[in-house]
Structure formats: C-alpha cells, structure tokens
Write a protein that binds this ligand. Sequence first.
Ligand code: CMP
Length: 144
Amino acid sequence: AKQRTFIMAKPDAVQRNLIGEIMQRFERKGFHLIGAKLMNVPRELAEEHYAEHKEKPFFGELVDFITSGAVFAMVWEGENVIATARNMMGKTNPAEAAPGTIRGDFGISMGMNIIHGSDAPETAEREIKLWFKEDELHVYEKTI
Ligand code: CMP
C-alpha cells in the first residue's frame, strides 16, 4: 500500500554534504519527496522524538548528537516506503550494515549513523506529525 515515512539526515550527514546523495537514492528508487526542511533541532523535540529510548544509557548522548548541528528532515511517500527505506538504510550499527546501504556506505558509528527512518506505520504517523505541519506536506497531482 502507499505509505509515508519520516526520514532524517542526521548532523553527521549534513556536515559531510551527504544530503544530495541520500535524496538521490530515494528519488531513484521511485519515491516522492513530499516535505523537507533543514533545521536545528530544539532539545524538547529531540527528546520527544526519541522518547522510547529515554531509559537507555545512550539517551543523553543521542539527544546531544541530534541537537549538535542542523538536520535535514524529510517525508517520503510511496509503495511500502517504510520497510523499503529501512532496507535502503541498512542496520543501525554501520559496522554491521551491508555495503550498498546508506549506513553501510557512509556510517561511522552507532551514534553517527547518518540517517533515521520510521520503523513502522504507527511510528511514521507519530513522527511525521511531530516534525511537520500538514500544510508543509506537498500533494502530488496525477500529472505524470
Ligand atoms: P535511530 O534509528 O535514529 O534510532 C535510535 C538511535 O539511537 C539509533 O539510530 C542510533 O543512532 C542510536 N543508538 C542505538 N544504540 C546506541 C548505542 N548503543 N550507543 C549510542 N547510540 C545508539
């Protein structure tokens, strides 16, 4: 089914000029970009986004990293985009991510792993609402 997912190029990706590389992979795969913004992340937003990890030992480090520089937040739309994007990203730990995946090709460490993507339909809905207003999302007309 047609889905939407929240994808974020993390501060390491932005610093290393990898935004275009990441977007090109999603475009070539056939997904449509329906929202995007380069932004600094307020601490409260980072904590809300990563709320499920609040009790983890790396939570502080994770929030520090995501608020350390600009991120590029995106919403992508397409057939089965949530799981497909996760496959394109590769495993969370870049050391285990297969070559050819985004993290496998560019990731350095568990923390600096380039990209975030929603892991399920409920998560995608929650994250898109958290990061974007409805009027920031583009609706494609059936012209092509
Ligand atoms: P992400 O997909 O953004 O979701 C949670 C993030 O926590 C994950 O990517 C990793 O970047 C980060 N993470 C997971 N485990 C660890 C860890 N052990 N140490 C530091 N960061 C971690």
